[in-house]
Design a protein around this ligand. Structure first.
Ligand SMILES: *Cc1c(COP(=O)(O)O)cnc(C)c1O
Length: 232
């Protein structure tokens, strides 16, 4: 079986050394353990190793796991979210990384008002404009930001992107830089975020490059939990 604790600690240490190499502090970035498709028995050792941030991409799976694991875990919704499922997770997850339309933001806002909570969100940008991915283009980022900013009970914490799957992570460096530039552009004036702007970018194959380009959250799955097997 995969030693998820050992893998987590290795990535965490590597994250810290990359941050230090580029003059950043260890606490400048959070390692989110992406545990989708994996059973809670594999998450517990990672929790025991100190991880409190877990990423999931399905509403039902988050709800199942929340009940079985300690309550101080911050659950990050990183997958495409349907408006009809918003109500189940709005007050249960720490942050929704995948807000890719005004329509979805409106649904989250409406539910947040109803439940009297403020929901932390990131806007998903499809920097590389891949057909297969959700998120708006860099050009459409400002319009999405401005419209979502007007909605109540949402805190726009920053931006998220899923870079293309590549052999050589250097190929994604420009996309990460582009996301950071957009964040500077959008958040420099009007930032009510005392923790700074969040940039959720970088996965197993390219998180080091993402950190060099300013990632504050990296989402690492297979390097911690092993390859995912999807059964249809
Ligand atoms: C699955 C997933 C990840 C983790 O990918 P790995 O390559 O396994 O590290 C990160 N972000 C999102 C949005 C994902 O869906």
């Amino acid at each position: 079986m995969v030693d998820t604790k050992e893998n987590y600690l290795q990535i965490k240490n590597n994250m810290i050394s990359v941050l230090e190499k580029c003059g950043r502090k260890p606490e400048d970035a959070t390692l989110i353990a992406v545990s989708k498709t994996k059973p809670v028995e594999m998450l517990q050792p990672v929790y025991d190793a100190g991880c409190r941030d877990f990423g999931e991409n399905k509403v039902q799976e988050i709800m199942d796991k929340i009940d079985k694991l300690p309550s101080d875990i911050r659950w990050h919704m990183i997958g495409h979210l349907q408006t009809n499922k918003v109500k189940y997770i709005v007050d249960k997850v720490y942050m929704i990384h995948s807000v890719d339309s005004v329509h979805l933001a409106e649904a989250i806002s409406k539910e947040a008002v109803k439940k009297n909570v403020t929901v932390k969100i990131l806007l998903e940008i499809n920097v590389a404009e891949e057909e297969s991915k959700f998120g708006v283009t860099l050009q459409a980022g400002r319009e999405l930001y401005e419209k979502v900013s007007e909605l109540p009970n949402l805190q726009i914490c920053g931006l998220m992107t899923i870079a293309p799957y590549v052999e050589n992570p250097e190929e994604n460096r420009q996309y990460f830089a582009n996301l950071r530039e957009l964040s500077v552009d959008l958040f420099s004036k009007n930032n009510d975020n005392k923790d700074g702007v969040s940039l959720s970018m970088g996965m197993s194959g390219d998180y080091e490059v993402a950190l060099e380009e300013g990632a504050t959250m990296i989402r690492v799955g297979s390097s911690i939990f092993g390859e995912r097997v999807y059964t249809v």
